[in-house]
Design a protein around this ligand. Structure first.
Ligand code: ATP
Length: 516
């Protein structure tokens, strides 16, 4: 309920503005999107995907915990990323670096200076702080206010323009706002028993710094030649001022990052052939940028996200992070708008040259500082995109012949690779001991191979719908025929087609189907 009330708060505050200006159309569209998010938030809690953090104490910092099914889904996403980036790949190695590192790392990376700070304004009345771009985006949703924005002005450019913050009011209480100031997003902590500046460090704000500081260890131990990549999944922390939109923006999140080290001076001498490493050696950093950008987009498409809900966004020069020469975001069309789920960055030689400078270690390789092309995705953000994209409601239900026909059925059409539960094992009825015994035998047969859930409570129709709601691709029903013929019905979540399969063939049949 905690999260739902959060959403309600935004609705009422938005409605206030909207009704004030008489734009009911925008309000209703906004309500639909809030409604969809509410449904997803509620499904996630009800069915064990995502719980509000520290809920019994009223919640904590817009944090979330991944429940039993959420853990499986997230692990499947991370596993899919790992096998895409690492498994069987030439010139690609993995790393799992520590969250806590020397604070010098963050001085060298530029994160302790203004490079990693958000522009904030504070309401003089309610003292709530907002990111500057939020204030502008909030107002720009109301057409009459939008006309006050200079044409073509992006919110992040506002401090450099003649634009006046005095023209904006607090979105919560309408109070006057302070001038913007920078606020660092790094989370400070202390290592050891004494809390002084010498023992201070930060929870990492991005996982990639662990890769850069291990650059030499990796090339020495693995004898790699340019170009090569290092891939890592891990937690990152940012003291976001305004976390929100469920798990979209949180203070603790997981990143899936790959750093591709390539020669800055390579000039293309051969035709581009992505499958040949020999050819790739001639690629320029720009070639690699395009290659990885497309690869990453394909990954989301392969895992079932609809094409029309994904797009690239070239990040304008003025919005680039302090380390980036070029950046393209992969954006997903969430109910709350088009938003970044992954960034592809050309970091140039920023990181290796700065770490060389600060550490006095020469991190040049093959004659120069390699350029870095980074693919930086969020496990949590992509999980939300996979969930939203898979969520479907069928008014009146799909089964026209049962009593369910008047209900709204929810179907989570997750890719089979990502589905948290792969198989549901359902005895037709629970009051026939011989059926239950047989169903448990089949359950035991499948459990070591696939994440299987046994369920005997409620009618078979209800149980199918429960499994559809968590995206389980296959349901097996053990019925009276099973006792005579040693076969079961295998139901497909998406087509609802049922066919009989011999019990002994089930592991093979399921394995094949789950790979399709
Ligand atoms: P934003 O502009 O939305 O704050 P960013 O450009 O700062 O994102 P990056 O630094 O490029 O994000 O981080 C790479 C990826 O890490 C993002 O695409 C996103 O998937 C994930 N990520 C970053 N910040 C958060 C966060 N606060 N909560 C969840 N995921 C995040």
């Amino acid at each position: 309920m905690f999260h739902i009330s959060c959403f309600m708060f935004h609705v009422s505050c938005f409605t206030f503005y909207v009704s004030g200006w008489g734009f009911t159309f925008h309000a209703s569209r906004f309500m639909i999107m809030v409604d969809l998010m509410q449904k997803i938030v509620s499904l996630c809690k009800r069915r064990g995907f995502i719980f509000p953090n520290s809920e019994i104490y009223g919640g904590f910092g817009s944090g979330y915990d991944f429940g039993p099914l959420g853990v499986e889904l997230k692990n499947n996403i991370k596993q899919a990323w790992h096998s895409e980036m690492l498994t069987g790949k030439d010139n690609m190695v993995g790393l799992d670096s520590a969250i806590l590192m020397s604070s010098k790392v963050w001085q060298a990376s530029g994160h302790l200076t203004a490079g990693f700070a958000d522009e904030l304004v504070e309401c003089k009345k309610c003292h709530k702080r907002f990111r500057l771009d939020e204030i502008v985006n909030f107002k720009s949703q109301v057409p009459r206010m939008r006309s006050r924005l200079p044409v073509g002005l992006h919110s992040k450019q506002i401090p450099n323009s003649k634009f006046k913050i005095q023209n904006f009011k607090c979105p919560d209480c309408g109070g006057e706002l302070t001038k913007p100031r920078k606020f660092n997003l790094m989370m400070k902590t202390f290592v050891g028993p004494v809390e002084d500046e010498a023992s201070a460090t930060y929870l990492r704000a991005e996982t990639c710094q662990g890769i850069y500081v291990n650059f030499e260890n990796i090339i020495n131990s693995m004898r790699l030649k340019l170009p090569f990549g290092v891939a890592q999944i891990g937690k990152a922390f940012r003291n976001e001022i305004t976390p929100g939109n469920f798990i979209y923006r949180t203070r603790e999140f997981e990143q899936m990052e790959m750093q591709w080290f390539c020669s800055p001076s390579a000039s293309r001498t051969t035709l581009i052939n992505a499958d040949s490493n020999a050819d790739k050696r001639g690629w320029t950093p720009d070639d690699w940028f395009d290659y990885w950008k497309n690869k990453r987009m394909d990954w989301y498409l392969k895992l079932g996200i609809r094409k029309e809900n994904l797009r690239f966004r070239e990040v304008p020069e003025k919005e680039l992070a302090h380390y980036a020469k070029r950046a393209v975001d992969i954006e997903y069309k969430f109910p709350f708008g088009w938003k970044e789920i992954e960034g592809i960055h050309n970091r140039g030689d920023w990181d290796l040259s700065n770490h060389s400078k600060y550490s006095n270690q020469d991190l040049k390789y093959e004659g120069s500082y390699p350029y870095i092309i980074e693919t930086s995705g969020g496990a949590d953000r992509s999980l939300l995109a996979f969930l939203v994209d898979a969520y479907q409601e069928i008014k009146g239900g799909r089964t026209k012949t049962t009593e369910a026909k008047k209900e709204v059925e929810v179907l989570l059409k997750l890719h089979r690779k990502l589905a948290p539960v792969k198989v549901a094992l359902l005895p037709l009825v629970k009051n026939k001991p011989e059926l239950v015994k047989k169903a448990k035998e089949v359950y035991k047969l499948l459990k070591p191979h696939f994440l299987t859930q046994y369920d005997e409570v409620d009618s078979i129709g209800r149980r199918y719908r429960r499994m559809d709601e968590v995206g389980c691709p296959f349901a097996i029903t053990v019925d009276f025929e099973t006792l005579k013929q040693e076969d079961v019905t295998l139901r497909d979540r998406d087509t609802m087609l049922q066919k009989r399969v011999k019990i002994k063939d089930l592991p093979k049949v399921l394995e094949k189907k789950l790979k399709e």
